[in-house]
Design a protein around this ligand. Structure first.
Ligand code: VGL
Ligand code: ZN
Length: 197
């Protein structure tokens, strides 16, 4: 069984000047790049998810939902931030395609070929995930909780996540909830040691 890195939704619309800009999101990109380099060096799989919405969805305020229009598929806002250094082997998964569901969890995401994320993880023999990205209080949290539910060991890379914080402590509360559900909080130095063992 193997470890893998999951990079959640590091897309233009969640970064500075984006339609749903998450405060200080850009500051974690260099840290995420260090994690990517570490996993790549050890030949461990890397997965990158993207929020990938149709133009009209009940996820958006204009159609009764909670959010401004963001990450509309095939637009600039939905592209990965250009400073994110994804490797050529990175497996990209997309979620939020449904017009009537919010789909925050990466376990509702699919590859371009239509394979569900859980099936991809099984195919790669993954039993432990290291999760970073945006947003701590939505897609990171939902993905971590689902991963734990499916029986994966889950580590949250707390130096490489950022929260929307509609309320100022949402990110902290989300981390508490993930830890209480069984996730372990880690930072880069410790992960370096774990991966090298
Ligand atoms: C997300 C809000 C709306 C996320 C996606 O990726 O965490 N948050 N859509
Ligand atoms: Zn969204």
């Amino acid at each position: 069984m193997k470890k893998a890195l999951l990079v959640v939704d590091v897309q233009n619309d969640f970064c500075s000047r984006g339609a749903l800009a998450v405060k200080e999101a850009d500051s974690i990109i260099p840290v995420i790049n260090k994690y990517i380099e570490l996993f790549e060096k050890k030949s461990l799989p890397i997965f990158a998810s993207r929020d990938w919405h149709p133009k009209e969805t009940t996820h958006f305020k204009d159609f009764g939902g909670p959010w401004p229009t963001h990450c509309v598929m095939d637009t600039f806002g939905a592209e990965f931030n250009c400073r994110l250094k994804l490797t050529s082997k990175t497996v990209i998964i997309s979620k939020g395609i449904d017009k009537e569901k919010d789909s925050y969890s990466d376990f509702q995401a699919f590859t371009g070929g239509g394979e569900a994320f859980l099936d991809v993880l099984k195919r790669f023999n993954i039993d432990e995930l290291f999760v970073c990205g945006i947003a701590t209080d939505y897609c990171v949290k939902a993905s971590v909780i689902d991963a734990l539910r499916y029986g994966f060991k889950v580590n949250v890379l707390v130096d490489a996540v950022k929260a929307v914080n509609l309320s100022s402590d949402d990110g902290e509360k989300a981390l508490d909830e993930m830890n209480k559900s069984g996730a372990v909080s880690l930072t880069f130095e410790r992960v370096g040691k774990i991966i090298s063992d």
